[in-house]
Write a protein that binds this ligand. Structure first.
Ligand SMILES: Cc1cc2nc3c(=O)[nH]c(=O)nc-3n(C[C@H](O)[C@H](O)[C@H](O)COP(=O)(O)OP(=O)(O)OC[C@H]3O[C@@H](n4cnc5c(N)ncnc54)[C@H](O)[C@@H]3O)c2cc1C
Length: 400
């Protein structure tokens, strides 16, 4: 049986989120956040009160046991509201990595960090990328050593989302590193590192080109000590947990791109129905209509792929119907296609808008700046998505 409908609960969820965001995260508010380089605390806490933050977690841990299709709806609606994609990042990093962290975390970590984050009063993120590179996860230099009482961490993480917010709200990060380098990627483990822990130094806040309202920074860990119960999951499984976190995040990144592209198309259509050239509205020219048709067709195809992949993720977690590798191929496809589609939509719609589109009076430039981050790297570079897609399509033997 193939059923493409959302459940009644999912429809109600979308309606409630859409309505709340239409009042609390208008494009004017997005512009203000972009200019001031911050997501107001009232907005973070509002998202928490709405039940949107860390919604994928069990209720007892501050979530609402939401499935991945529902989380994907949340990401799409946030992308629609905040086309700069700063608030979607704040949401999706925590909904995806938070899910993995929470599943692996001790009660101590949950109580001290995770439940607060679900209320918008904390931030938990992912500290994987290092100054030497992000794609080659097994090439990382961070070392995690036992010291009898707990773990001692040395290393540096770079281009990390939310470092300023985490420091302000006493949050922390999933950090991966080697407990046994000789064992290769099977010698990687993961720990939760509070950003304000002794020995952690925030090295910088980057001046990004876009998604200005959420920080991107780096932090150095020098003999950082955390108790035993700050280990996440089992020793030697860090590489696999990292891949799982990336997977979950990729569907939400893609959904936020779909939301932003939808908003952009709507802004563009409103404009071409009004703006006249050579005696009639732009919308009447076939040259413009064909451009719209091309974007709309790609939009629907990629949106279907994104929701189908979210559904697969649900099947994987709930019923084990799909293996992690099977789903990762589709997640790679989503992350490869959706950011490019969204960026391309913004570029083409900006042409419709003429000179107005090139100004900051028009909101679309925030989308171009923000979406580039998804095309370049965040949650994995585009060539890495191609490596995954090719590997899972051709077979691993061809990757040697
Ligand atoms: C705004 C922003 C926020 C981010 N937030 C976080 C965060 O919160 N936490 C975190 O851990 N990381 C974060 N990142 C980092 C992100 O995950 C990395 O950018 C990404 O993994 C790529 O790593 P890199 O930038 O070091 O590029 P590299 O790994 O150095 O790659 C550079 C280029 O080489 C290509 N390449 C690499 N390997 C291959 C190959 N085998 N075949 C072909 N081409 C290849 C890549 O596609 C890329 O184009 C963020 C990045 C950005 C831009």
């Amino acid at each position: 049986m193939v059923d493409f409908s959302f459940t009644e609960e999912q429809d109600l969820f979308r309606e409630a989120v859409k309505e709340w965001l239409s009042k609390n995260l208008t494009l004017e508010q997005v512009r203000e956040n972009d200019t001031k380089h911050e997501i107001p605390r009232s907005l973070m806490e509002g998202l928490g009160d709405l039940g949107l933050l860390l919604l994928t977690l069990p209720e007892e841990d501050g979530g609402s046991d939401a499935d991945w299709v529902t989380a994907t709806i949340g990401a799409e609606e946030l992308g629609y509201a905040d086309i700069s994609v700063a608030t979607p990042v704040f949401y999706l990093v925590q909904a995806s990595w938070g899910y993995v962290i929470n599943r692996l975390a001790s009660e101590t970590v949950k109580e001290a960090y995770i439940r607060r984050a679900s209320k918008g009063k904390g931030f938990i993120g992912i500290g994987v990328t290092e100054p030497g590179g992000g794609s080659d996860v097994a090439g990382f230099k961070t070392v995690i050593k036992p010291d009898g009482k707990g773990w001692v961490i040395n290393g540096e993480k770079c281009y990390i989302s939310g470092t300023a917010e985490a420091a302000e709200m006493n949050g922390g990060y999933f950090v991966s590193g080697y407990t046994d380098r000789a064992a290769g990627h099977r010698g990687m483990s993961a720990v939760f590192v509070p950003i304000n822990q002794e020995g952690v130094e925030i090295t910088k806040r980057f001046e990004n080109m876009g998604r200005m309202a959420i920080s991107t920074g780096g932090f150095k860990m020098t003999d950082v000590k955390v108790p035993k119960e700050y280990q996440l999951g089992e020793t030697g499984r860090g590489f696999y947990y990292t891949m799982e976190g990336f997977d979950a995040a990729r569907v939400l990144v893609s959904a936020s791109c779909i939301g932003a592209a939808q908003r952009c198309l709507e802004i563009g259509m409103d404009y071409i129905k009004e703006r006249e050239a050579f005696g009639q509205q732009l919308a009447k020219y076939q040259g413009i209509q064909f451009d719209l048709a091309d974007m709309a067709a790609h939009h629907e195809a990629i949106k279907s792929l994104v929701y189908r992949t979210a559904w697969m993720l649900d099947q994987k977690y709930k019923h084990g119907t799909f293996s992690a590798l099977e789903v990762s191929k589709y997640l790679g496809m989503c992350k490869y296609l959706a950011p490019h589609h969204a960026l391309d939509t913004f570029r083409r719609v900006m042409y419709w808008l003429g000179a107005y589109g090139y100004t900051k009076e028009c909101p679309l430039e925030m989308g171009v700046r923000g979406l580039m981050s998804y095309c370049i790297g965040a949650e994995g570079a585009q060539n890495i998505q191609k490596v995954i897609i090719a590997r899972e399509t051709l077979g691993r033997d061809w990757m040697k």
